[in-house]
Design a protein around this ligand. Structure first.
Ligand SMILES: [Zn+2]
Ligand SMILES: [Zn+2]
Length: 381
């Protein structure tokens, strides 16, 4: 079938919304009519060529939600008409990473994600002239419809507006999983969140929910810092060019914090996460740095048993966590809506990339189908 999609033709080139041919779902695959998608920094990283060579032409978009239209053979967990949110790691359940409970690191999914194909090594997307177009992390939801592996279509409760569900599959799973599965924040601990964009704001909410006594938010942009405070940060540190953000955090939490989360992906902020730790504490890096970037740390401080680790996509069972967060969001027990600072359509994704490059705003939601997305969710009564 013909679909409209935002296509990345080359690194650094603006996205072009054009018509593509989408093949029907194969065995173990699902066709989804996309309602809404979040614009995440990783989309921009790929578009700017930061995630390795040869990943275009492609349709970006890896955080979204929609309605199942058709299922391929061997798919029984969803049926046409079911609302789903996308999981960008369709774990195989059988490789050594999956067997060890680290489904976010599934080796089979990782290899095909990097190649830009579905799990059988081919693509469902083509230009009108027949040239194949790559998938981005199996999802490619900057499009009217997409075909995804069954494990990437996670059923969610009817009733959750799909524009809210669209935010769960990357930012929320990444942040809540980092707090719960990687850092294991517990009641009464102190937390520092560095970078308060789409993921950082979710980290703040997740730390608050985990019972952190103090949550110090560090961010350059005043508006995002305000959002962080509204979502549960107890202290806000404005990180300017010449400010010493580490000293400001240590003044608020003498001796250092129990957990620092980095959600920017730059050497300076990763180093900041290290510098605000108390002895024995660990920094969790969620931000994605461009390929080739290195980080320097004062090696002597390893004597104090400080640690640093990465956390990718929630450090656990992402699909299970996604379903849990959908339930909590529907029940009003987890806030997602207030991270949305902009809405747009497929034609406006390039502008959203511009805002991300300038550090403006938190999440942009692409309302691919405004009515299906349920926007606005809460008409004033
Ligand atoms: Zn993402
Ligand atoms: Zn696996």
């Amino acid at each position: 079938m013909r679909i409209r999609a935002a296509v990345l033709h080359a690194y650094g080139a603006p996205l072009e919304v054009c018509e593509l041919e989408l093949a029907p779902p194969g065995p173990g695959e699902v066709l989804v009519r996309v309602a809404a998608a979040g614009v995440c920094h990783s989309d921009l990283h790929l578009a700017d060529g930061h995630l390795g060579e040869g990943r275009h032409p492609t349709v970006l978009g890896h955080e979204g939600a929609g309605l199942v239209e058709e299922v391929g053979e061997q798919v029984s967990h969803v049926a046409a008409g079911d609302p789903v949110a996308f999981c960008l790691v369709p774990a195989c359940g059988a490789c050594s990473a999956c067997a060890a409970g680290r489904r976010n690191l599934c080796e089979v999914a990782g290899a095909h994600a990097w190649a830009g194909t579905m799990l059988d090594g081919t693509t469902r997307l083509r230009f009108a002239d027949g040239r194949p177009v790559k998938h981005f992390n199996f999802v490619s939801c900057f499009a009217e419809r997409c075909v995804v592996p069954a494990a990437s279509a996670v059923p969610i409760a009817a009733g959750l507006p799909l524009w809210q569900a669209s935010l769960l599959g990357c930012g929320v799973v990444t942040a809540v999983g980092a707090v719960r599965n990687a850092a294991r924040v517990t009641v009464g601990e102190t937390v520092c969140v560095i970078g308060c964009g789409g993921v950082g704001l979710q980290l703040v909410a997740a730390a608050r929910m985990a019972g952190a006594a103090r949550v110090v938010a560090v961010e350059r942009d005043a508006a995002k810092l305000e959002l962080a405070v509204a979502r549960g940060a107890t202290h806000a540190v404005a990180a300017g060019e010449q400010d010493d953000a580490a000293a400001a955090v240590l003044a608020l939490v003498p001796g250092g914090v129990d957990h620092a989360f980095e959600a920017v992906g730059s050497p300076t902020t990763i180093r900041l996460a290290w510098d605000v730790l108390r002895p024995g504490a660990t920094a969790t890096v969620v931000g994605i740095a461009p390929a080739g970037v290195e980080v320097a740390l004062p090696a002597l401080e390893l004597l104090s048993e400080k640690g640093i680790r990465g956390s990718y996509y929630g450090s656990g069972d992402a699909a299970g966590l996604l379903a849990t967060m959908a339930e909590m969001t529907l029940a009003g027990r987890y806030p997602v809506a207030d991270v949305v600072t902009h809405i747009t359509d497929l034609d406006g994704i390039e502008d959203a990339f511009g805002r991300l490059r300038r550090g403006e705003g938190a999440r942009t939601v692409v309302l691919v189908d405004e009515a299906l997305a349920g926007w606005p969710a809460d008409p004033v009564t």
